[in-house]
Design a binder for this molecule. Sequence first.
Ligand code: BG6
Length: 471
Amino acid sequence: MSKLSEDFLWGGAAAANQLEGGWNEGGKGVSVADVMTAATHGLERRITQGIEENVYYPSHQASDFYTRYKEDIQLFHEMGFKCFRTSIAWTRIFPNGDETDPNEEGMQFYDDLFDTCLAYGIQPVVTISHFEMPYHLVTEYGGWRNRKLIDFYLNFCEAVYTRYRTKVNYWMTFNEINMIVRKPWKPGGIQWNDGENKLQTMYQAAHYMLIASAKAVKLGKEINPDFMIGGMFLHPTSYAATCNPDDVLAQVKKLQQAYFFLDVHVRGKYPRSYYRFLKQHQLEIETAPEDELILREGTVDYIGFSYYSSSVVMANPTDQDKSEGNEISGYKNPLLPASEWGWQIDPVGLRITLNWLYDKYQIPLFIVENGLGAVDTLEEDGAVHDPYRIDYLRQHVSEMKKAILEDGVEVIGYTPWGCIDLVSAGTGEMKKRYGLIYVDKDNDGKGSLKRVKKDSFYWYKECIKSQGKII
Ligand code: BG6
Protein backbone atom coordinates (compact mmCIF):
# COMPACT_ATOMS: atom_id res chain seq x y z
CA MET A 1 0.00 0.00 0.00
CA SER A 2 1.52 3.35 -0.98
CA LYS A 3 -1.46 5.62 -0.42
CA LEU A 4 -2.98 7.19 2.62
CA SER A 5 -6.64 6.67 3.39
CA GLU A 6 -9.30 8.71 1.62
CA ASP A 7 -10.36 10.46 4.82
CA PHE A 8 -6.85 11.67 5.66
CA LEU A 9 -7.06 15.37 6.51
CA TRP A 10 -4.72 17.18 4.13
CA GLY A 11 -4.81 20.91 4.66
CA GLY A 12 -2.94 23.91 5.95
CA ALA A 13 -2.58 25.81 9.21
CA ALA A 14 -2.60 29.39 10.43
CA ALA A 15 -3.52 31.46 13.47
CA ALA A 16 -5.86 34.44 13.66
CA ASN A 17 -3.33 36.91 15.04
CA GLN A 18 -0.72 36.08 12.41
CA LEU A 19 -3.07 36.03 9.42
CA GLU A 20 -6.24 38.05 9.88
CA GLY A 21 -5.27 41.65 10.61
CA GLY A 22 -8.40 43.74 11.19
CA TRP A 23 -7.08 44.14 14.73
CA ASN A 24 -9.68 46.73 15.75
CA GLU A 25 -12.46 45.87 13.29
CA GLY A 26 -15.87 44.52 14.20
CA GLY A 27 -15.55 45.39 17.88
CA LYS A 28 -12.33 43.40 18.35
CA GLY A 29 -10.28 44.14 21.47
CA VAL A 30 -6.50 44.35 21.85
CA SER A 31 -4.72 41.02 22.21
CA VAL A 32 -1.26 40.19 23.52
CA ALA A 33 -0.15 39.83 19.89
CA ASP A 34 -1.31 43.37 19.08
CA VAL A 35 1.28 44.95 21.38
CA MET A 36 4.26 43.10 19.90
CA THR A 37 6.54 45.00 17.54
CA ALA A 38 8.43 43.57 14.58
CA ALA A 39 12.00 42.32 14.99
CA THR A 40 14.42 40.31 12.89
CA HIS A 41 16.39 37.11 13.14
CA GLY A 42 18.24 37.10 16.46
CA LEU A 43 16.35 40.10 17.89
CA GLU A 44 13.50 39.82 20.40
CA ARG A 45 10.17 41.47 19.61
CA ARG A 46 9.36 44.34 21.98
CA ILE A 47 6.18 44.21 24.05
CA THR A 48 4.77 47.71 24.47
CA GLN A 49 2.58 48.87 27.34
CA GLY A 50 -0.64 49.22 25.35
CA ILE A 51 -0.64 50.51 21.77
CA GLU A 52 2.02 53.19 21.16
CA GLU A 53 1.72 55.75 18.40
CA ASN A 54 4.01 55.57 15.36
CA VAL A 55 5.03 52.02 16.10
CA TYR A 56 4.63 49.27 13.51
CA TYR A 57 2.70 46.28 14.84
CA PRO A 58 2.69 43.44 12.30
CA SER A 59 -0.49 41.79 13.60
CA HIS A 60 -2.62 44.87 12.95
CA GLN A 61 -2.95 44.21 9.26
CA ALA A 62 -1.09 40.90 9.00
CA SER A 63 -2.08 39.29 5.66
CA ASP A 64 -5.51 40.94 5.68
CA PHE A 65 -7.30 37.60 5.76
CA TYR A 66 -10.06 39.40 7.66
CA THR A 67 -11.26 40.98 4.42
CA ARG A 68 -9.79 38.55 1.87
CA TYR A 69 -10.69 35.21 3.42
CA LYS A 70 -13.10 34.24 0.64
CA GLU A 71 -10.42 34.59 -2.02
CA ASP A 72 -7.92 32.70 0.15
CA ILE A 73 -10.24 29.83 0.95
CA GLN A 74 -11.00 29.51 -2.73
CA LEU A 75 -7.25 29.04 -3.28
CA PHE A 76 -7.10 26.43 -0.48
CA HIS A 77 -9.91 24.64 -2.26
CA GLU A 78 -8.00 24.79 -5.53
CA MET A 79 -5.13 22.98 -3.78
CA GLY A 80 -7.60 20.34 -2.62
CA PHE A 81 -7.57 21.11 1.13
CA LYS A 82 -9.79 18.83 3.16
CA CYS A 83 -9.30 20.95 6.26
CA PHE A 84 -8.05 24.35 7.34
CA ARG A 85 -6.62 24.82 10.80
CA THR A 86 -7.05 28.29 12.19
CA SER A 87 -7.78 29.88 15.55
CA ILE A 88 -10.59 32.05 16.81
CA ALA A 89 -9.29 35.41 18.00
CA TRP A 90 -10.46 35.49 21.61
CA THR A 91 -10.66 39.30 21.39
CA ARG A 92 -13.19 39.20 18.52
CA ILE A 93 -15.54 37.21 20.74
CA PHE A 94 -14.72 38.75 24.13
CA PRO A 95 -12.81 41.99 23.43
CA ASN A 96 -11.64 42.32 27.04
CA GLY A 97 -12.00 38.70 28.05
CA ASP A 98 -14.06 39.25 31.21
CA GLU A 99 -17.42 40.18 29.63
CA THR A 100 -20.35 37.82 30.10
CA ASP A 101 -21.84 38.18 26.61
CA PRO A 102 -19.98 37.61 23.38
CA ASN A 103 -19.52 40.23 20.68
CA GLU A 104 -21.98 39.36 17.90
CA GLU A 105 -19.94 40.88 15.10
CA GLY A 106 -16.98 38.69 15.98
CA MET A 107 -19.22 35.63 16.19
CA GLN A 108 -20.67 36.43 12.79
CA PHE A 109 -17.22 36.73 11.23
CA TYR A 110 -16.37 33.13 12.16
CA ASP A 111 -19.80 31.95 11.04
CA ASP A 112 -19.06 33.40 7.62
CA LEU A 113 -15.51 32.07 7.59
CA PHE A 114 -16.56 28.52 8.56
CA ASP A 115 -19.51 28.60 6.13
CA THR A 116 -17.14 29.53 3.33
CA CYS A 117 -14.83 26.65 4.25
CA LEU A 118 -17.72 24.19 4.43
CA ALA A 119 -19.14 25.36 1.11
CA TYR A 120 -15.82 24.24 -0.42
CA GLY A 121 -15.84 20.95 1.48
CA ILE A 122 -13.07 22.16 3.80
CA GLN A 123 -13.42 21.22 7.48
CA PRO A 124 -12.38 23.93 9.91
CA VAL A 125 -9.95 22.65 12.54
CA VAL A 126 -9.99 25.17 15.34
CA THR A 127 -7.41 26.10 17.93
CA ILE A 128 -9.40 27.85 20.63
CA SER A 129 -6.48 29.94 21.84
CA HIS A 130 -3.40 30.51 19.72
CA PHE A 131 -1.13 33.18 21.27
CA GLU A 132 -3.86 35.84 21.25
CA MET A 133 -5.47 36.26 24.66
CA PRO A 134 -7.05 39.62 25.53
CA TYR A 135 -4.53 42.21 26.68
CA HIS A 136 -7.04 43.38 29.29
CA LEU A 137 -6.68 40.03 31.07
CA VAL A 138 -3.00 40.85 31.41
CA THR A 139 -3.37 44.36 32.81
CA GLU A 140 -6.28 43.50 35.12
CA TYR A 141 -5.52 39.96 36.20
CA GLY A 142 -1.86 39.27 35.44
CA GLY A 143 -2.55 36.77 32.67
CA TRP A 144 -2.48 33.01 33.33
CA ARG A 145 -0.72 33.46 36.66
CA ASN A 146 -4.27 34.05 37.92
CA ARG A 147 -6.73 31.16 38.45
CA LYS A 148 -9.61 33.43 37.43
CA LEU A 149 -8.46 33.04 33.83
CA ILE A 150 -9.90 29.52 33.83
CA ASP A 151 -13.46 30.85 34.03
CA PHE A 152 -12.87 33.54 31.42
CA TYR A 153 -11.42 30.96 29.08
CA LEU A 154 -14.35 28.60 29.66
CA ASN A 155 -16.82 31.37 28.88
CA PHE A 156 -15.03 31.79 25.60
CA CYS A 157 -15.10 28.03 24.95
CA GLU A 158 -18.78 27.79 25.76
CA ALA A 159 -19.63 30.63 23.38
CA VAL A 160 -17.73 29.18 20.44
CA TYR A 161 -18.60 25.53 21.03
CA THR A 162 -22.29 26.42 21.18
CA ARG A 163 -22.31 28.72 18.20
CA TYR A 164 -20.19 26.51 15.89
CA ARG A 165 -21.53 23.22 17.20
CA THR A 166 -22.57 22.00 13.77
CA LYS A 167 -19.74 23.65 11.82
CA VAL A 168 -16.59 22.61 13.64
CA ASN A 169 -15.75 19.08 14.67
CA TYR A 170 -12.00 19.21 15.39
CA TRP A 171 -10.87 21.49 18.23
CA MET A 172 -7.64 22.08 20.10
CA THR A 173 -7.65 23.78 23.48
CA PHE A 174 -4.35 25.73 23.50
CA ASN A 175 -1.68 26.10 20.85
CA GLU A 176 1.67 24.64 22.00
CA ILE A 177 0.65 24.51 25.64
CA ASN A 178 4.19 23.61 26.72
CA MET A 179 5.41 27.01 25.51
CA ILE A 180 4.05 28.45 28.78
CA VAL A 181 7.12 27.20 30.68
CA ARG A 182 9.52 28.70 28.12
CA LYS A 183 8.27 31.98 26.70
CA PRO A 184 5.12 32.79 28.67
CA TRP A 185 4.09 36.10 27.06
CA LYS A 186 2.36 34.80 23.94
CA PRO A 187 0.54 31.82 25.44
CA GLY A 188 0.01 33.25 28.92
CA GLY A 189 0.25 37.04 28.90
CA ILE A 190 2.98 36.86 31.53
CA GLN A 191 5.65 39.53 31.96
CA TRP A 192 8.05 39.56 34.86
CA ASN A 193 7.71 41.54 38.04
CA ASP A 194 10.94 42.49 39.82
CA GLY A 195 12.36 39.60 41.75
CA GLU A 196 9.65 37.19 40.66
CA ASN A 197 10.45 33.47 40.79
CA LYS A 198 9.98 32.81 37.07
CA LEU A 199 9.95 29.04 37.25
CA GLN A 200 7.32 29.15 39.99
CA THR A 201 5.09 31.50 37.96
CA MET A 202 5.41 29.50 34.74
CA TYR A 203 4.62 26.17 36.38
CA GLN A 204 1.69 27.70 38.22
CA ALA A 205 0.32 29.10 34.96
CA ALA A 206 0.87 25.71 33.29
CA HIS A 207 -1.27 24.07 35.96
CA TYR A 208 -4.10 26.56 35.45
CA MET A 209 -3.96 26.09 31.69
CA LEU A 210 -4.04 22.32 32.04
CA ILE A 211 -7.07 22.60 34.34
CA ALA A 212 -8.71 24.97 31.83
CA SER A 213 -7.94 22.57 28.99
CA ALA A 214 -9.43 19.58 30.86
CA LYS A 215 -12.55 21.55 31.75
CA ALA A 216 -12.83 22.68 28.13
CA VAL A 217 -12.71 19.07 26.91
CA LYS A 218 -15.46 18.06 29.31
CA LEU A 219 -17.59 21.07 28.43
CA GLY A 220 -17.17 20.47 24.70
CA LYS A 221 -18.33 16.87 25.02
CA GLU A 222 -21.42 18.03 26.92
CA ILE A 223 -22.25 20.46 24.12
CA ASN A 224 -21.59 17.98 21.35
CA PRO A 225 -20.49 14.43 22.21
CA ASP A 226 -19.16 14.02 18.67
CA PHE A 227 -16.59 16.78 19.01
CA MET A 228 -12.99 15.63 18.62
CA ILE A 229 -11.02 17.71 21.09
CA GLY A 230 -7.25 17.58 21.18
CA GLY A 231 -4.32 19.12 22.96
CA MET A 232 -1.58 20.85 20.98
CA PHE A 233 2.07 20.38 21.84
CA LEU A 234 5.34 21.71 20.49
CA HIS A 235 7.37 18.53 20.15
CA PRO A 236 10.97 19.19 21.22
CA THR A 237 12.50 16.36 19.20
CA SER A 238 16.07 15.89 20.33
CA TYR A 239 18.89 13.37 20.26
CA ALA A 240 21.72 12.62 22.61
CA ALA A 241 24.90 14.19 21.19
CA THR A 242 26.86 10.96 21.73
CA CYS A 243 26.32 7.48 23.13
CA ASN A 244 27.87 8.65 26.38
CA PRO A 245 25.19 7.62 28.90
CA ASP A 246 25.35 11.09 30.47
CA ASP A 247 24.27 12.66 27.16
CA VAL A 248 21.54 10.04 26.75
CA LEU A 249 20.26 10.75 30.24
CA ALA A 250 20.23 14.50 29.51
CA GLN A 251 18.07 13.80 26.46
CA VAL A 252 15.68 11.59 28.44
CA LYS A 253 15.32 14.35 31.03
CA LYS A 254 14.67 16.98 28.40
CA LEU A 255 11.76 15.04 26.93
CA GLN A 256 10.44 14.10 30.34
CA GLN A 257 10.28 17.74 31.31
CA ALA A 258 8.06 18.48 28.34
CA TYR A 259 5.98 15.30 28.28
CA PHE A 260 4.20 16.00 31.55
CA PHE A 261 1.85 18.23 29.55
CA LEU A 262 0.88 15.29 27.38
CA ASP A 263 0.66 12.93 30.34
CA VAL A 264 -1.95 15.25 31.82
CA HIS A 265 -3.76 15.75 28.51
CA VAL A 266 -3.87 12.05 27.65
CA ARG A 267 -3.81 10.22 30.99
CA GLY A 268 -5.42 12.84 33.16
CA LYS A 269 -2.65 13.05 35.74
CA TYR A 270 0.85 14.35 36.28
CA PRO A 271 3.68 11.81 36.14
CA ARG A 272 5.87 11.21 39.20
CA SER A 273 8.79 12.93 37.47
CA TYR A 274 6.81 16.18 37.49
CA TYR A 275 6.49 16.10 41.28
CA ARG A 276 10.21 15.32 41.59
CA PHE A 277 10.95 18.31 39.40
CA LEU A 278 8.80 20.58 41.57
CA LYS A 279 10.56 19.34 44.70
CA GLN A 280 13.99 19.70 43.22
CA HIS A 281 13.30 23.32 42.28
CA GLN A 282 11.35 24.08 45.45
CA LEU A 283 8.20 24.99 43.54
CA GLU A 284 4.90 25.08 45.41
CA ILE A 285 1.98 24.81 43.00
CA GLU A 286 -1.34 26.03 44.30
CA THR A 287 -4.07 23.53 43.51
CA ALA A 288 -7.74 23.14 44.44
CA PRO A 289 -9.19 19.94 45.95
CA GLU A 290 -11.23 19.27 42.80
CA ASP A 291 -8.25 19.55 40.42
CA GLU A 292 -7.39 15.85 40.38
CA LEU A 293 -10.89 14.92 39.27
CA ILE A 294 -11.02 17.70 36.69
CA LEU A 295 -7.85 16.43 35.06
CA ARG A 296 -9.08 12.86 35.09
CA GLU A 297 -12.35 13.80 33.46
CA GLY A 298 -10.94 16.00 30.71
CA THR A 299 -8.63 13.81 28.67
CA VAL A 300 -8.16 14.56 24.98
CA ASP A 301 -9.21 12.60 21.89
CA TYR A 302 -6.02 13.19 19.94
CA ILE A 303 -2.64 14.88 20.12
CA GLY A 304 -2.04 17.78 17.76
CA PHE A 305 1.60 18.77 17.56
CA SER A 306 4.03 21.01 15.73
CA TYR A 307 7.26 19.71 14.30
CA TYR A 308 9.76 21.82 12.39
CA SER A 309 13.21 20.68 13.39
CA SER A 310 15.26 18.76 15.91
CA SER A 311 18.19 19.51 18.14
CA VAL A 312 20.84 17.77 20.17
CA VAL A 313 21.20 17.41 23.91
CA MET A 314 24.48 17.08 25.75
CA ALA A 315 25.32 16.73 29.39
CA ASN A 316 27.99 19.44 29.30
CA PRO A 317 27.32 21.86 26.44
CA THR A 318 29.15 25.05 25.63
CA ASP A 319 27.50 28.18 24.22
CA GLN A 320 28.98 27.52 20.78
CA ASP A 321 26.95 24.36 20.48
CA LYS A 322 23.67 26.27 20.65
CA SER A 323 21.12 25.87 17.88
CA GLU A 324 17.86 27.70 17.09
CA GLY A 325 14.27 26.57 16.78
CA ASN A 326 10.73 27.56 17.64
CA GLU A 327 11.36 28.82 21.14
CA ILE A 328 12.61 25.49 22.45
CA SER A 329 16.09 25.20 21.09
CA GLY A 330 18.83 22.82 21.96
CA TYR A 331 22.27 22.28 20.47
CA LYS A 332 23.48 21.90 16.91
CA ASN A 333 23.49 18.60 15.12
CA PRO A 334 26.58 18.56 12.85
CA LEU A 335 24.88 16.08 10.51
CA LEU A 336 21.91 18.25 9.57
CA PRO A 337 21.44 21.31 7.36
CA ALA A 338 19.60 24.35 8.74
CA SER A 339 17.16 26.98 7.46
CA GLU A 340 18.23 30.61 7.07
CA TRP A 341 16.86 31.13 10.58
CA GLY A 342 19.05 28.35 11.95
CA TRP A 343 16.29 25.73 12.38
CA GLN A 344 17.79 22.35 11.63
CA ILE A 345 16.03 20.37 8.93
CA ASP A 346 15.35 16.78 9.91
CA PRO A 347 12.63 14.88 8.02
CA VAL A 348 13.49 11.54 9.66
CA GLY A 349 12.97 13.31 12.98
CA LEU A 350 9.28 13.56 12.09
CA ARG A 351 9.04 9.79 11.70
CA ILE A 352 10.89 9.31 14.97
CA THR A 353 8.58 11.79 16.70
CA LEU A 354 5.47 10.05 15.39
CA ASN A 355 6.79 6.73 16.64
CA TRP A 356 7.75 8.08 20.07
CA LEU A 357 4.39 9.77 20.56
CA TYR A 358 2.34 6.83 19.39
CA ASP A 359 4.32 4.26 21.38
CA LYS A 360 3.85 6.34 24.49
CA TYR A 361 0.24 7.48 24.19
CA GLN A 362 -1.49 5.32 21.53
CA ILE A 363 -4.13 7.84 20.59
CA PRO A 364 -4.46 9.46 17.14
CA LEU A 365 -1.89 12.07 16.19
CA PHE A 366 -2.43 15.14 14.06
CA ILE A 367 0.56 16.98 12.54
CA VAL A 368 -0.88 20.48 12.75
CA GLU A 369 2.31 22.41 12.01
CA ASN A 370 5.33 21.66 9.86
CA GLY A 371 7.13 23.76 7.29
CA LEU A 372 10.10 25.80 6.20
CA GLY A 373 10.47 29.51 6.93
CA ALA A 374 12.44 30.95 4.01
CA VAL A 375 12.96 34.10 1.96
CA ASP A 376 11.01 33.95 -1.33
CA THR A 377 11.37 36.18 -4.35
CA LEU A 378 8.53 37.42 -6.48
CA GLU A 379 10.05 37.24 -9.97
CA GLU A 380 9.53 39.78 -12.76
CA ASP A 381 7.23 37.34 -14.54
CA GLY A 382 5.04 37.06 -11.43
CA ALA A 383 6.19 33.58 -10.36
CA VAL A 384 7.63 32.47 -7.02
CA HIS A 385 10.05 29.55 -7.33
CA ASP A 386 10.52 27.79 -4.01
CA PRO A 387 12.15 24.41 -4.72
CA TYR A 388 13.65 24.43 -1.18
CA ARG A 389 10.13 24.40 0.31
CA ILE A 390 8.99 21.64 -2.03
CA ASP A 391 12.03 19.61 -0.97
CA TYR A 392 11.30 20.19 2.70
CA LEU A 393 7.63 19.25 2.39
CA ARG A 394 8.30 16.29 0.12
CA GLN A 395 10.79 14.79 2.55
CA HIS A 396 8.55 15.34 5.56
CA VAL A 397 5.47 13.91 3.84
CA SER A 398 7.57 10.93 2.80
CA GLU A 399 8.68 10.26 6.40
CA MET A 400 5.14 10.76 7.66
CA LYS A 401 3.94 8.16 5.16
CA LYS A 402 6.56 5.67 6.35
CA ALA A 403 5.42 6.20 9.93
CA ILE A 404 1.82 5.51 8.92
CA LEU A 405 2.23 2.78 6.34
CA GLU A 406 5.34 0.97 7.61
CA ASP A 407 5.33 1.66 11.35
CA GLY A 408 1.57 1.58 11.96
CA VAL A 409 1.25 5.02 13.55
CA GLU A 410 -2.26 6.49 13.53
CA VAL A 411 -2.20 9.96 11.98
CA ILE A 412 -5.38 11.93 11.30
CA GLY A 413 -3.98 14.62 9.08
CA TYR A 414 -1.24 16.97 7.99
CA THR A 415 -1.55 20.76 7.94
CA PRO A 416 1.67 22.55 6.93
CA TRP A 417 2.15 25.82 8.79
CA GLY A 418 1.43 29.20 7.27
CA CYS A 419 -0.11 27.69 4.14
CA ILE A 420 -0.48 31.30 3.04
CA ASP A 421 2.28 33.76 4.02
CA LEU A 422 1.69 35.33 7.42
CA VAL A 423 3.50 37.16 10.20
CA SER A 424 6.21 35.15 11.95
CA ALA A 425 5.34 34.59 15.60
CA GLY A 426 8.97 34.57 16.67
CA THR A 427 10.32 37.60 14.84
CA GLY A 428 7.24 39.46 13.56
CA GLU A 429 8.73 39.35 10.06
CA MET A 430 6.84 38.81 6.79
CA LYS A 431 10.10 37.87 5.15
CA LYS A 432 10.17 34.55 6.98
CA ARG A 433 7.62 32.90 4.73
CA TYR A 434 6.10 29.44 5.05
CA GLY A 435 3.31 29.80 2.49
CA LEU A 436 2.31 27.87 -0.56
CA ILE A 437 0.62 31.16 -1.46
CA TYR A 438 2.73 34.30 -1.55
CA VAL A 439 1.39 37.53 -0.02
CA ASP A 440 2.89 40.68 -1.47
CA LYS A 441 3.93 42.50 1.68
CA ASP A 442 7.33 43.22 3.19
CA ASN A 443 8.80 43.51 6.67
CA ASP A 444 7.85 47.19 6.92
CA GLY A 445 4.24 46.45 6.06
CA LYS A 446 4.48 47.69 2.46
CA GLY A 447 3.01 45.84 -0.51
CA SER A 448 -0.16 45.28 -2.49
CA LEU A 449 -1.23 42.20 -0.46
CA LYS A 450 -1.78 40.45 -3.78
CA ARG A 451 -1.83 36.65 -3.59
CA VAL A 452 0.49 34.64 -5.88
CA LYS A 453 0.61 30.85 -6.21
CA LYS A 454 4.14 29.62 -5.52
CA ASP A 455 5.61 26.55 -7.21
CA SER A 456 4.94 24.71 -3.93
CA PHE A 457 1.22 25.44 -4.41
CA TYR A 458 1.19 23.25 -7.53
CA TRP A 459 3.30 20.58 -5.88
CA TYR A 460 1.05 20.36 -2.82
CA LYS A 461 -2.01 20.22 -5.04
CA GLU A 462 -0.60 17.13 -6.79
CA CYS A 463 0.44 15.64 -3.47
CA ILE A 464 -3.09 15.92 -2.10
CA LYS A 465 -4.68 14.75 -5.34
CA SER A 466 -2.61 11.56 -5.30
CA GLN A 467 -3.20 11.09 -1.52
CA GLY A 468 0.49 11.49 -0.90
CA LYS A 469 1.59 9.21 -3.70
CA ILE A 470 3.45 12.02 -5.46
CA ILE A 471 6.43 12.60 -3.29
C1 BG6 B 1 4.89 27.61 16.19
C2 BG6 B 1 3.69 28.48 16.42
O1 BG6 B 1 5.68 27.63 17.32
O2 BG6 B 1 5.80 27.96 15.19
C3 BG6 B 1 3.31 29.40 15.26
O3 BG6 B 1 2.56 27.73 16.80
C4 BG6 B 1 4.59 29.94 14.63
O4 BG6 B 1 2.47 30.40 15.75
C5 BG6 B 1 5.39 28.77 14.09
O5 BG6 B 1 4.35 30.89 13.64
C6 BG6 B 1 6.63 29.16 13.33
O6 BG6 B 1 7.42 30.01 14.09
P1 BG6 B 1 7.91 31.41 13.51
O7 BG6 B 1 8.59 32.08 14.64
O8 BG6 B 1 8.80 31.10 12.38
O9 BG6 B 1 6.67 32.13 13.07
